[in-house]
Design a protein around this ligand. Sequence first.
Ligand code: SAM
Length: 220
Amino acid sequence: MSEKNTWREVDQYFVDRLIPEDSAMQKILKSNEEAGLPGIDVSAAQGKLLHLLVKIKAAKNVLEIGTLGGYSSIWMAKALPEGGHLTTLEFNPKHAEVASKNMSEAGVIDKISLRTGPALKTLPTLREESPFDFIFIDADKNNNARYLEEILKLSTSGTTIVVDNVVREGRVLDVEGNDPDIQGIRDMFDLLHQHPRLESTALQTVGSKGYDGIVLSIVK
Ligand SMILES: C[S@@+](CC[C@H](N)C(=O)[O-])C[C@H]1O[C@@H](n2cnc3c(N)ncnc32)[C@H](O)[C@@H]1O
């Protein structure tokens, strides 16, 4: 079996053993596919990780950059306590429309504000909704450093930040290339390096989404 097939099958084993009640979530992925959205949502295991992190943090006010069809948003919204809220930012109106339908069907639409438009324009308008206590960044990677700078203005001590896709099959090491996404990820790591307000680590991951990784950061 190829390495990638093993990663996929092990992920499926985890889903069978640990996330079996997942049929509603699978329906969301199906509706995304039927609407022609790209299959670049987090995996079920990663969605459950976000769900658990929101619970561990006891987060009440969550911010997400990059909604797509709402799969990760719904995982996190389902972890919120009574009165908890999630704000999610999406550039593409079609993605936002599909996400809104999925959120309604999942019964979490009342907990979510979905804001359509370029995140760098929306973020400065969120001061009144801040501080957020958990933030997930999963949009256009070239803007990662700028997103970090903006969300720091919407954070407080203890705000927990997760950034997805920071390894890109090892291409994060590609200093010579001119891929703006890789440059954006490297700019983010440069910003995180000895940042006075952030304590961070990064983890490499394999699974149904291939070889990638996340950054985990906490605001001091
Ligand atoms: C990787 S997908 C998000 C996946 C989603 N978090 C999930 O796991 O279900 C990235 C999304 O970010 C959106 N996006 C790209 N550039 C953006 C921008 N400048 N502002 C807001 N959203 C953007 C894309 O349209 C896409 O829907």
